[in-house]
Design a protein around this ligand. Structure first.
Ligand SMILES: [Zn+2]
Ligand SMILES: [Zn+2]
Length: 344
């Protein structure tokens, strides 16, 4: 317990570090998995050859595929709340609160909190000429690139009371940001996901089954690969840093453990030396030529010097008493305490 308090700092660091380590390893393996899948994913055009391509795969399903096409709504498109001439298939409305908050270190810093977020979507396809592929579950996409249609910031003008309140609460309002983003009708995007053909011959692209993400992005396959590779490199660097911290913390614990063992060993040998010295002094002071009845029942050499309690037997010399800790050698009663006996 006493030793634990010595290494509590290192233990806490090691605990937190292992959490980050777990997170890093998980993210890294996920990133590598996506990277491998994306590298081997075929890039297909939306045209008459698509059906032939699908025929090569079992269940009429290509597990991960890259497809580019124009966004086209299946029904009525969504009209922008802020610009009547803009229509789209996915709409995101967000309201963010901008505040200046006092951090735990005592500094004031700009912070943004999303206080409201709404998605609207309508079924749509990726189109090229007379061919099209329905995009299913677009809101589940890990990456959904949208155009910003409107971005307004309304500053708040705080009064005296707001200033005083802000000083004590540690949060000062700056204003509200209202933003509208849309995946616009007619935009040219890359969809990466699972492509399948139903019995009716309709094609659809949707989130893949084995944990791979669906992407709906304006980026190309190669730029997405670059982005993922740089994520992977960052995670690798982080992993090395986390491992270094773990190694330093563990070696500090090991160092303290060794130091403690050495300290104990020195203390023990000191105790033994002192005990040996005491025994020697006792030997010099002892009377010789005692009757048998006056001798210790264990070594039958030294005089009886110790009374065992609670039984009250005086049967041991001090040297033997050091080694007998459990029961009285005469009556076998448990020894609870002992005291020097003076027989005159
Ligand atoms: Zn003895
Ligand atoms: Zn006894």
């Amino acid at each position: 317990m006493e030793f634990f308090s010595e290494i509590i700092g290192e233990t806490v660091i090691l605990g937190l570090d292992s959490l980050v380590l777990g997170f890093c390893i998980k993210q890294l393996s996920k990133c590598k998995h996506i990277l491998n899948a994306l590298q081997t994913a075929p890039v297909l055009d939306i045209d008459g050859t698509l059906n032939k391509e699908i025929n090569k795969y079992s269940n009429n399903t290509i597990p991960y595929v890259v497809i580019r096409g124009l966004v086209k709504p299946l029904g009525n498109p969504i009209t922008s709340n802020y610009n009547n001439s803009v229509t789209g298939v996915v709409q995101r409305l967000t309201i963010k609160e901008h505040v200046i908050a006092r951090t735990s270190a005592g500094f004031w810093s700009d912070q943004t909190r999303t206080i409201h977020e709404v998605y609207n979507s309508t079924p749509f396809v990726l189109n090229s000429g007379k061919y099209s592929i329905e995009v299913v579950d677009a809101l589940a996409a890990e990456l959904l690139d949208m155009d910003v249609i409107s971005d307004k910031f309304e500053p708040m003008s705080p009064g005296v009371i707001d200033h005083v309140w802000g000083f004590f609460s540690g949060v000062r309002q700056r204003g509200l940001q209202t933003m509208e983003e849309m995946l616009r009708d007619g935009s040219y995007i890359t969809a990466i996901g699972e492509l399948s053909r139903s019995n009716t011959g309709a094609l659809k692209i949707q989130p893949p089954k084995d944990g791979l993400p669906l992407y709906l992005t304006t980026a190309t396959k190669s730029s997405l690969l670059k982005r993922l590779a740089s994520n992977r490199d960052f995670l690798r660097v982080l992993l090395v840093m986390v491992c270094t911290v773990a190694a330093v913390a563990s070696s500090r614990i090991a160092y303290k453990l060794i130091k403690r063992r050495r300290r104990r060993a020195v203390e023990d040998s000191m105790k033994k030396q002192l005990a040996a010295g005491r025994r020697e002094r006792r030997a010099h002071a002892r009377e010789r030529n005692l009757a048998d009845v006056q001798l210790c029942v264990v070594c039958t050499e030294n005089p009886k010097e110790i009374i065992l309690l609670p039984c009250g037997h005086v049967c041991l010399c001090e040297d033997c008493s050091d080694n007998i800790t459990d029961n009285c050698p005469i009556c076998r009663e448990r020894i609870e305490s002992r005291a020097p006996a003076f027989i005159t």
